[in-house]
Design a protein around this ligand. Sequence first.
Ligand SMILES: Nc1nc2c(ncn2[C@@H]2O[C@H](COP(=O)(O)OP(=O)(O)OP(=O)(O)O)[C@@H](O)[C@H]2O)c(=O)[nH]1
Ligand SMILES: [Mg+2]
Length: 309
Amino acid sequence: MSNANVCILLPTLNEEATIAQVIRDFRSEGFDNILVIDGNSKDRTREIAEAEGARVVVQTGKGKGQAIKQAFEIIEEDYVVMADGDGTNLAKDVHKVLDPVLEGKADHVLGNRLVDYEKGAFTKLNLFGNKVINKMFGMAYGVWLNDILTGYRAFNKKAIKSFELKKMGFEVESEITIESVKKDLRMLEVPTTYLARHSEGATKLNPLKDGFRIGSTIYKMAKLHNPMFYFGIIGAVFIIAGFIIGSFVVIQWFQGVTRVPMSILTTLLIVAGFQMFIFGMLSDLVVTLHRENMRLLRKIYDGKRDDEQ
Ligand SMILES: Nc1nc2c(ncn2[C@@H]2O[C@H](COP(=O)(O)OP(=O)(O)OP(=O)(O)O)[C@@H](O)[C@H]2O)c(=O)[nH]1
Ligand SMILES: [Mg+2]
């Protein structure tokens, strides 16, 4: 199969130190169709990318999420490989990432960075944050992946055109993965090598701020996919708070002090907590029925498209 049908998508923001090499490396793997979506870099990223023969598009908004959304809208090729422009992904790994999609084994392949990473590629905080986020994702969506935040991925056209992306920043990787679960896409993880950043290129990621945003996106988006998880956590917080205050009330009562307002608060917290669980169960029912309907609709739609082709 010719690689002209594969678009290599590189989002960039001030990556003049690495972009030329990244483009050359993908070319030497046999990929000439390279799209750089640039976030209005203040350095020479765009000029360099153009000189290396890439198609350069300047994103209309801000953030990596907006850039990816815009790129997915303009891409017309049947296959897409997305990689970072900071030279942290090995172009050599492209075949590992892309082949399962080309062979029709998956709609979306994720290059797992956590098996083989260079010293210094992750800070301790980033590594810890990644692990927590992957566990949380597994609990919320029932799909246990090792690296949902990877920037090295391959997709087929069906996948990129089915994503409904709303997040503007570094939440985009989580959103794409969540969308893939929701749209029943076949996902596959393959091991890839992750290199440390070039010493001249600065990270655009703020581990605490972006980590919190990513966690909150995963949690909020779970409302429409796994409401038991979403409401269950709120319920658990209420019940635990109720038990803590309740224990205090009981201890004080044994000491001869009666705390009436606190007793009322304890009851309210525990009752409200249980109600949250019941609410979660009901929402779960609604979501499950909706998912079955969507599956059926998708089946009908795919069948129709096959007939047309
Ligand atoms: N177009 C565009 N690209 C961006 C934006 N922010 C980051 N990028 C690019 O997205 C890729 C990944 O961003 P990084 O800053 O490396 O984030 P990361 O890889 O998650 O974090 P590190 O571990 O620090 O490398 C890089 O190629 C960036 O240049 C943006 O706002 N717009
Ligand atoms: Mg990076």
